[in-house]
Design a protein around this ligand. Structure first.
Ligand code: ZN
Length: 421
């Protein structure tokens, strides 16, 4: 059973005339329906997840709704995973200007995700705890899906045509040469665990700390080169919709993206999530925490009008006029575009200067500058973070990004291996 067939089965059937009326009545296609399911099995109990299907861009206005789904795979304890689950969403939202229209909100979201991840990491560090967590954080607004991730909890997209794509990258030292270079350049050492003189044991890790991941939130004791700056990808689905599978590495160490998608294709989201977990366990056993979220983005009205025999079509065009014929031909164009995904944004650099933009938002009334990470207002004179060349040592390039407060500036320098103390 394909996704179309599910969506065909779920919403109440509408008379054709109603569907046509809706299509003609507005240029916009209605928002999709979101259905989701979750399943998991714990080994260490360090996987957490977040499902918030009813967030609102404008509080109190349901027409501005969006959904958030996230997975946090903790390590060396659970405190980072819990902290991020509880604080990340509000930190991201606080980095988006108030009263912006939907388009601008979506355009600002990738940058706000970077700010929110870094802010959450700074706040967690201040607690003085040592655990860390992967984060895969998915915002679904209409047909637009935005995914921000650190670590190796993947999110894949399965579209109706059967094309499976990865919306995250794995921040694993073993598999990511670019990240190995960055960690080494920022003062970390990358190597394998030396067990009893055997230098080839296990995956590549960074030292100090011995973490296999190159990015995470938390890990205060490991080193600042393990950065919380997320890879962000934003795509717009075709109006045929699609399915997201978000899961911790307990799934991905056992199943490829294609296998996970194929295992549950055509089944409702809740059954699909259970089946993916079951399949992973069948092939590998319970070796790690295993968590899976399945999110279906389904057209709220049948995406393509049913195929109508030519004779009947002529009759309908008599009733509805020429526009009906145009409409049906448009629909068949849409059918050929089923599964097409429009890429809107992708950026994975760990350098904040490349991620936060360059504008210096200054409050017209107070003359204060707002820190692009923590959103705290400061008088420009209080701080040297504004690019001002001579104030910086000759070893570091002048900062080319937006205003950062002293605290966030210190964090940025530390992540780039430039901490002076
Ligand atoms: Zn700040």
């Amino acid at each position: 059973m394909s996704l179309t067939e599910i969506s065909r089965a779920k919403p109440p059937l509408l008379p054709l005339a109603t569907l046509i009326g809706r299509e003609l009545g507005s240029e916009k296609v209605e928002k999709p329906i979101i259905r989701y399911g979750q399943s998991g099995l714990a080994k260490k109990g360090e996987d957490y997840f977040l499902i918030k299907p009813d967030c609102e861009r404008v509080p109190g206005n349901p027409s501005t709704s969006f959904s958030v789904f996230a997975i946090f795979d903790g390590h060396n304890g659970i405190s980072a995973a819990i902290f991020v689950k509880e604080n990340l969403l509000s930190n991201v939202l606080s980095a988006i200007p108030q009263d912006v229209r939907r388009e601008e909100w979506l355009q600002t979201l990738p940058r706000a995700l970077v700010s929110g991840f870094v802010k959450t990491d700074i706040e967690f560090q201040q607690k003085g705890e040592t655990s860390g967590t992967t984060v895969t954080f998915v915002v679904v607004d209409g047909w637009t899906v935005t995914v921000a991730s650190v670590g190796d909890s993947r999110c894949i997209l399965d579209t109706q045509g059967g094309a499976v794509s990865l919306l995250t990258v794995d921040h694993r030292l073993e598999e990511n040469a670019e990240e190995r270079e960055r960690v080494t350049a920022s003062g970390g050492e990358v190597g394998r665990l030396n067990v009893f003189g055997c230098s080839e044991a296990g995956p590549l890790r960074c030292w100090p700390g011995g973490l296999c991941l190159s990015r995470s939130i938390g890990d205060t004791d490991v080193g600042e080169f393990i950065v919380p700056v997320p890879h962000v990808k934003q795509v717009k689905l075709s109006h045929a919709g699609g399915r997201l599978i978000i899961a911790s590495d307990g799934i991905w160490d056992a199943l490829s993206s294609d296998m996970a998608a194929k295992t549950c294709r055509g089944l409702p989201a809740d059954v699909a999530a259970r089946l993916v977990v079951k399949e992973a366990l069948r092939s590998r056993g319970l070796k790690d925490d295993t968590t899976c979220l399945v999110v279906d983005i389904i057209p709220s009205v049948h995406p393509v009008l049913p195929r109508i025999p030519r004779k009947k079509q002529n009759m309908l065009s008599l009733i509805f006029g020429k526009r009906f014929l145009n409409l049906t031909s448009k629909s068949s164009n849409r059918l050929s575009a089923v599964g097409a995904v429009e890429e809107l944004f992708e950026e994975g650099s760990a350098m904040l200067s490349e991620r936060l933009g360059k504008n210096f938002p200054m409050d017209q009334h107070s003359g204060l500058l707002r820190c692009a990470i923590c959103q705290v207002d400061q008088a420009p004179a209080d701080d040297l973070s504004v690019n001002s060349g001579p104030f910086f040592s000759s070893t570091s390039k002048p900062w080319e990004g937006p205003f950062l407060c002293t605290n966030c500036r210190r964090k940025k320098d530390a992540m780039e291996g430039k901490r002076s103390n």
